[in-house]
Design a protein around this ligand. Structure first.
Ligand code: NAD
Length: 467
């Protein structure tokens, strides 16, 4: 066994459900999935460990999160190997090593973000302060696209604020969830971080458990709505990071060559399987053809293949379900007469869930490839003549996670940007996140914020002490 395989074999069960590499179909390990009835025992552990964890000083919890970050770095290649083999992303580029490094960065930043007691009033007669207290047990539920970093986004602030965590990874990327929790958990007291492997019914049981005071949920809009329903009886606090269908608007003064790389990675990061990827591109008629050509030139250069091959920058889709979604949307676009600039011709007989990098031009705004979240490597490029029309189209969907405006004139881009209904608007880039900057959705993309001081507040109970 190679050294980098050690962690995978540690978290893999001796038997159970076979887990297959999405690039090759090869069995890489096994998972023993839990049942809804097993959730209570996992929550028991978190409940038992919570008072002692909360009783530690903030300095102690910070020190442990920093040690967890060091441990992530010490096991970086093993972690990258797990997520590459299970999720399919490439080791290089914005792939597995990038995701693992982000885990360490977020753990450190979350540890180092100050959250002092706020003095609200101090007028000689009254002294009022705002403290942030632990909630208790946090239930953390993750999707399969960025299975390690999203888990860290939920776990790190929760632990910092004195909560204990029960984490349920996606059933598609359980080994990645187990691996990152194993490495973080090595430096933590028992019971502070518990992982339960399971499907949606296990997630629902976690949400329904009355002892879970807060649910951090990242996933689809449809499941987010179920989480709201299942949590109603507990009035649990919720952070919902849901799906997106991010628009990018290219203004007529943009330089097509200069923006092509940013547009490409904004859309194709992790093969488009990214919540805040650019999923609909609106381009001014005056430079439409140049932008399509520049994007096609950029797209053609990016190698796609098995994630473990050091030369590749894009891998397969993670699962057949998502492959079917992308294929359906592209086939529909073709049937509507849209122009396939490149891609759109998968080989259904080839091994793995590879879908070619696909650019679809001259597509109508009403096409499902534009209106639905494709979550894959197929970008629709829509032509506009009036920027008011582009803004209306950009805002014309139920979701609003991110959006971007591309222009040689930053102020002009900002003017348009602030009119877009999205939790984050980027100017001349798309999708970048930063642990110091809050991130969250508008409309059906969810509510609540992650990262920075807002992210810490979201996993605690505000308490006013006045007198
Ligand atoms: P999903 O909603 O199918 O599953 C997400 C998680 O919820 C999984 O762990 C799943 O087992 C669990 N789950 C399923 N049913 C449940 C229920 N009834 N109660 C509780 N948990 C349940 O999403 P997915 O397909 O894994 O992920 C892709 C989606 O996630 C995309 O829409 C993407 O845009 C979104 N996403 C959003 C963000 C963000 O930050 N806003 C980040 C990443 C992904």
């Amino acid at each position: 066994m190679e050294a980098r395989e050690a962690l995978l074999s540690r978290v893999s069960a001796p038997s159970g459900t076979k887990i297959k590499d999405p690039a090759t179909g090869e069995v890489i390990g096994h998972v023993e999935f839990a049942h809804p009835g097993d959730v209570a025992a996992a929550v028991d552990k978190a409940v038992a460990a919570q008072p002692a964890w909360a009783a530690r000083s903030d300095e102690e919890r910070v020190a442990l999160l920093l040690r967890a970050a060091d441990n992530i770095e010490a096991h970086a290649e093993e972690l990258a190997y797990v997520v590459s083999r299970e999720q399919g992303k490439t080791l290089n580029g914005l792939g597995a090593r990038f995701e693992v490094q982000a885990c360490a960065i977020w753990l450190r930043s979350t540890a180092n973000t100050p959250l002092p007691v706020e003095v609200l009033v101090d007028d000689g007669t009254n002294h009022a302060e705002l403290h942030y207290r632990p909630i208790g047990v946090v239930g953390a539920i993750t999707p399969w696209n960025w299975p390690m970093i999203i888990a860290v986004w939920q776990i790190a602030p929760s632990l910092r604020m004195g909560n204990t965590v029960v984490q349920k990874p996606s059933e598609y990327t359980t080994l990645s969830g187990l691996a990152v929790a194993e490495v973080i958990g090595e430096v933590l007291p028992a019971g502070v971080l518990t992982v339960i492997a399971g499907a949606g019914d296990v997630g629902e049981a976690l949400v329904r458990d009355r002892r879970v005071g807060k649910v951090m949920f990242t996933g689809s809009v449809k499941t987010g709505m179920k989480v709201v329903e299942a949590s109603a009886g507990n009035l649990s606090r919720l952070t919902l990071e849901l799906g997106g269908n991010d628009a990018g608007i290219v203004l007529p003064d943009a330089d097509p060559q200069a923006i092509a790389e940013g547009l490409f990675w904004g859309a194709f990061i992790n093969n488009g399987q990214t919540c805040a990827a650019l999923k609909r591109l609106y381009v001014a008629d005056a430079i439409y053809d140049e932008v399509v050509d520049a994007l096609a030139g950029m797209t053609a250069k990016i190698p796609m293949g098995v994630g473990l091959d050091e030369g590749n920058l894009l891998g397969p889709l993670q699962n057949k379900m998502q492959w079917n979604v992308v294929n359906r949307l592209v086939e529909d676009a073709k049937a509507r007469g849209a122009r396939i600039v490149m891609g759109g011709d998968p080989d259904p007989g080839a091994p793995g869930f590879f879908y070619p990098k696909t650019l679809v031009a001259d597509i109508d705004n009403s096409a499902p490839l534009v209106q639905e979240e494709q979550f894959g490597p197929a970008l629709p490029i829509i032509r506009y003549t009036d920027v008011e029309q582009a803004v209306e189209w950009a805002n014309g969907v139920d979701v609003g996670l991110g959006a971007s405006v591309w222009s040689a004139d930053r102020d002009k881009a900002r003017e348009i940007g602030v009119r877009l209904q999205a939790g984050t608007v980027w100017l001349n880039s798309h999708g970048g996140v930063d642990p110091r900057i809050p991130f969250g959705g508008a409309k059906h993309s969810g509510y609540g914020l992650e990262f920075g001081v807002d992210g810490l507040k979201a996993v605690s109970v505000p308490q006013v002490v006045s007198g």
